[in-house]
Design a binder for this molecule. Structure first.
Ligand SMILES: Nc1ncnc2c1ncn2[C@@H]1O[C@H](COP(=O)(O)OP(=O)(O)O)[C@@H](O)[C@H]1O
Ligand SMILES: O=P(O)(O)OC[C@H]1O[C@](O)(COP(=O)(O)O)[C@@H](O)[C@@H]1O
Ligand SMILES: [Mg+2]
Length: 349
């Protein structure tokens, strides 16, 4: 078989580990030919497809390296119009691809599903630091991002207590609060604000005031998609040509302005930004990415197209991409970590 491999959406640590595992498994075990596609689905949209052969040598020595050697795009839209769809179809036929392994998140799976409707066979691998892919309890990249945010919270704490300040740390995660919740708990945040729970400003003020009297510093971890009850999302920018044009960011600064007039201590905000997507994957993510890549190769060789590798109950398996497309996995309000956070006195706004 001839198999295309692409990485779509925001990059994240562990992409190269998947590319390596899927390529090696396909070559070694499946006797397939593997073609890397540049910059996600964008590499299939132009008049000439942008690809390169992937062999043992090309994927050696990349297990631990962050980012993606294939490049990626989080604004390309292969479903844009009939002409683009036809071009993608022509390129796939010209390359002789039997199937494309699409490594990406909710957006990429929605695109893979749309392309399946026009005859492009795909196998999916779940990636994202947001951990927001339906029917998958952990995407690779998330563990590394949690480690990065947790480290940042530790650093923020030492300056917070020295200056007796309220320090706000804003995480990524789009409309899901997994990254803020797990990092906030791992980094001992006093207040954790999630997109799933609109915050009551008075509750946050009250917690900061209590701590002003005792510990004299407060750490707030807020997800970029969080908002005040009755308030609006904080949008950093809009990418006009993207199917999902809104980029969030800046709610940490909004919260700082809301809090400062009500508190005696100074309030500072840090927006962590893309540092959360960079760097070498943790050992956990290297192993998870390898498991996903290996399983995706198996789905290919068994002809199980239209499925995404996944992790459920700690076991690797697969689910139909159709069930993952156009949906997001948010933190359920009855999640164990929310109950635990409440019970150990974390303010959830
Ligand atoms: N529901 C959707 N249908 C089709 N395309 C989508 C959808 N949501 C997002 N996209 C697009 O899919 C691509 C990848 O999505 P993005 O959210 O950036 O990454 P990820 O695949 O990690 O979720 C982007 O070009 C995005 O605009
Ligand atoms: O790199 P950009 O375009 O600023 O996008 C930022 C967004 O991408 C992410 O880092 C990852 O999201 P995806 O996995 O959906 O690509 C989000 O947490 C963040 O909101
Ligand atoms: Mg996404």
């Amino acid at each position: 078989m001839r198999v295309g491999v692409l990485t779509g959406g925001g990059d994240c640590p562990g992409l190269n580990a998947v590319i390596r595992a899927v390529t090696k498994s396909l070559i070694h075990h499946g006797q397939c030919e593997v073609l890397g596609i540049a910059d996600g689905f964008e590499g299939l949209m132009g008049a000439a497809p942008r690809t390169r052969a992937l062999g043992w040598e090309q994927v050696s020595g990349i297990l631990h390296v962050g980012g993606t050697l294939l490049g990626t795009s989080n604004s390309a839209n292969p479903l844009k119009d009939a002409a683009t769809l036809e071009q993608v179809g022509r390129n796939v036929r010209a390359l002789g691809l039997d199937v494309v392994v699409a490594i990406g998140g909710d957006g990429t799976m929605s695109q893979a599903y749309g392309l399946a409707q026009v005859g492009l066979a795909c196998v999916g691998v779940p990636k994202t630091i947001d951990n927001d892919i339906a029917l998958c309890e952990r995407s690779f990249g998330f563990d590394t991002a949690v480690a990065t945010v947790t480290d940042a919270l530790r650093r923020i704490e030492s300056t917070a207590y020295s200056h007796h300040r309220v320090m706000i740390v804003e995480t990524m995660g789009r409309h899901a609060g997994w990254l803020a919740l797990e990092s906030g708990i791992a980094g001992a945040a006093d207040v954790i604000l999630l997109p799933e729970i609109d915050y009551d400003l008075r509750a946050v003020i009250e917690r900061c005031r209590e701590r002003e009297q005792r510990q004299r510093y407060t750490i707030i971890c807020i997800g970029e998609g969080a908002k005040e009850r009755g308030g609006a999302l904080t949008v950093r920018e809009r990418i006009a040509h993207s199917p999902d044009p809104v980029r969030l960011g800046g709610v940490g600064h909004v919260l700082r302005e809301q809090l400062q007039p009500h508190l005696a201590s100074e309030v500072r905000a840090t927006v962590l930004g893309h540092v959360q997507r960079g760097g070498d994957p943790t050992p956990f993510d290297r192993v998870l990415a390898t498991r996903f890549g290996h399983h995706a190769a198996r789905l290919v060789t068994e002809g199980q197209f239209g499925r995404m590798a996944t992790l459920q109950g700690g076991q690797i398996g697969s689910v139909p991409i159709a069930e993952v497309a156009n949906t997001q996995r948010k933190v359920p309000l009855d999640h164990e970590l929310i109950a635990i956070a409440r019970d150990i006195g974390v303010c959830l706004g």
